[in-house]
Design a protein around this ligand. Structure first.
Ligand SMILES: C[S@@+](CC[C@H](N)C(=O)[O-])C[C@H]1O[C@@H](n2cnc3c(N)ncnc32)[C@H](O)[C@@H]1O
Length: 213
C-alpha cells in the first residue's frame, strides 16, 4: 500500500530530481517482466534516498535487499566518484539482471554485490558505513538494525523501508513479518543516543542517526 494518494505521489515525483534513464528503464523492465515488482522502492523513495545521500558526506552504503538493482543504482548515482554501494541479496536471478543494467551505467562500477543471506553477509562487513538501507527479509530487521547501529560512521544514517507495512503495524494481523516489523520499530524508537523519524513515505521510511546534541 502507498500511504500517499497516487496523484500526490506523481506530483511530488514530477517536481523532484529524476534518476537516470537507465534506472527508469530498469524500473520499467522490472514492472513488466519480473515477479514481485511491487517490492521496488519507486521513484519517490529513490528521490528521498538520493537527497539524503547528497545532504550528508556519504561515501559508503550498505543495502540489504538488492532485488533487480533499482535502489542500488539510484543511490550509486548520488554518490561521489569514489563512493561505494555494497548490496546484499540471496536471489541469483534478480541480482544477475541487476548487473546487466548496472553495467550500462558509469555508476555501476561503484556497486558491489554479495550473494548471501544478510545474516551471513554481515560477518564480512567489519568497517563503518555512512548509510545503511534495510529492505530485505523482514524477520531479520531487528538483527540488521543491531548490526547497522554498531557499524555506523559518526555522521552516518540508517534508513529502514516498509516500516508501516501497509498500516498493519497499527493493528497486527499476527503474521510473523508484521510482528517482526513492530518489534523492529519499538527497538528503533528506544535506541538511546540516536535521533529518529518515521516518515509516511511510500510504505514507511524509518530514519535513524546518532544524536550529536
Ligand atoms: C523489497 S526487495 C528489495 C528491493 C530493492 N531495494 C529495490 O527497491 O530495488 C527485498 C529483497 O530481499 C531479498 N531477500 C530476502 N531474504 C533475504 C535474506 N535472508 N538475505 C538477503 N536478502 C534477502 C529478496 O530476494 C528481495 O530481492
Amino acid at each position: 500500500m502507498y500511504i500517499t494518494p497516487t496523484d500526490i505521489d506523481e506530483y511530488c515525483v514530477s517536481h523532484s530530481s529524476s534518476p537516470s534513464q537507465i534506472a527508469k528503464d530498469l524500473q520499467e523492465y522490472t514492472k513488466k517482466n519480473v515477479h514481485g515488482a511491487n517490492m521496488l522502492i519507486g521513484e519517490m523513495e529513490a528521490s528521498v534516498l538520493r537527497f539524503l545521500i547528497s545532504l550528508g558526506d556519504v561515501r559508503s552504503v550498505v543495502e540489504f535487499g538488492t532485488y533487480t538493482g533499482y535502489s542500488a543504482l539510484t543511490m550509486a548515482e548520488a554518490l561521489p566518484a569514489d563512493g561505494k554501494v555494497i548490496t546484499i541479496d540471496i536471489n541469483k536471478e534478480t541480482t544477475t539482471l541487476a548487473r546487466t543494467y548496472w553495467d550500462k551505467s558509469p555508476h555501476g562500477r561503484k556497486i558491489h554485490q554479495i550473494l548471501k543471506p544478510g545474516i551471513e553477509a554481515i560477518k564480512e562487513l567489519t568497517g563503518k558505513y555512512d548509510l545503511v538501507f534495510i529492505d530485505a527479509d523482514k524477520n531479520n530487521y531487528s538483527n540488521y538494525l543491531d548490526w547497522a547501529v554498531a557499524h555506523l560512521s559518526d555522521n552516518g544514517m540508517i534508513v529502514v523501508d516498509n516500516t508501516l507495512w501497509s498500516g498493519r503495524v497499527l493493528n497486527s494481523d499476527g503474521e510473523k513479518q508484521t510482528e517482526s516489523i513492530i518489534a523492529h520499530n519499538i527497538k528503533a524508537k528506544n535506541l538511546e543516543g540516536h535521533i529518529k523519524t518515521l516518515l509516511p513515505i511510500r510504505d514507511g521510511m524509518f530514519l535513524i542517526k546518532k544524536d550529536r546534541a
